[in-house]
Ligand binder design. Sequence first.
Ligand code: ZN
Length: 426
Amino acid sequence: MALNCSDFPAGYGRSILSLCMVVFLMVATISCTEKTDLKSRKVVLVILDGIPASVIEKVDTPNFDSIALAGGYARAWLGGEKGGYSETPTISAVGYNSMLTGTWVNKHNVKDNKIQLPNYHYWTIFRYFKESFPDRKIAIYSTWLDNRTKLLGEGLTETGNLKLDYHFDGLEVDTVRFPHDTLSQYIYEIDKLVATKAAEQIRDFAPDLTWIYLQYTDDMGHRYGNSPEMDVAVREADRQLGEIWKAIQYREKNHQEEYLLIVTTDHGRAQGGFHHGGQSDEEREIWMASNIKFNERFSQNPAVVDIFPTVATFLNIPIPRDHEMELDGVSLQGEVFASNLTGTIDKGTLKINWKEFGKNEDGKVWITFGNQFRYGKEDEYLLLGEVNLADGFAEFDFSPYTFKNGKVVLETPTGFLNYWVKNVQK
Ligand SMILES: [Zn+2]
């Protein structure tokens, strides 16, 4: 069965019967949640490299479909604000790091696959998890070594000497065992080993937070574009995903564990499925599937940066307030009050807009005129005022202020949104 976005509608059914079902499911969900010990919650993040939404939806992917049927599937996006200060290249490592840090490139500073100067002040979700729960286990299974050594930054002083409890990666640098052929057969073989090892270790050791990265689909996209070869690669990725999904189901059945599995990709593709890196709609479009149901943000075009706060919510990871104020995503778990904050300054008036979710709750608007966070220091915020989050917009008199750039933060009952404004008249 091929997937279609409309197979997984959000929203509740209209009939009394389906309303009853919803109420029943909500009661069932609440009682399940109450019974679940938070310590047994675990997360597995899977990135299948460079598969366009149109391809994952078209190709026969029974395991992917099974996950999406349990939870949901949505087209999603990345790339920051197109033409704006947070515009982010649609390049692999850049996309991974947006997922890991919950921020766009203007913050995490991984601009391409060279990963030259990551700004480790924007911590990865792995670091937050390990700092909060040092006894719990983190794992990576990856066809690219840099994901552990550079993005997660294992063993670096800048990451507090983060240490993965389990890893299986770096096979691609062993050119004796895996000679590099032009058809990427070696990547095909490595992906198979990585997926199998991940499934084995989830079954045997059940790490608490796991990242799995498989590459072969991207190689086929670059070589063949949208093609039968790409479709074959996607089917193989789905078979590998099936091993992982089975291991998760095994753990849930035989142990007191509850998993959040998120499967996503790191960019779309343009020009017939060959290329990526630019800002076309096709390159910025990704997708996400999850084995658990998400909130209404999920059905309204979620972003790759939403994964960080979602994992933090699910695993109950405490994120310090000043760090949370920097996050560019919105949690797909729990209640959502606002998203997509933007702002301008026009003739001495700050005008901000956000997507509202019809919630009559108070929000607070803060501003800071510096950006000390990027240096590992604290920003001093000024409270501009309170707003009704159902309004979707607010205005503030800015005539007294002289500044060049300001970081505006909208505080909601469950998180923060931020947006940088330029004071062009000054
Ligand atoms: Zn990629």
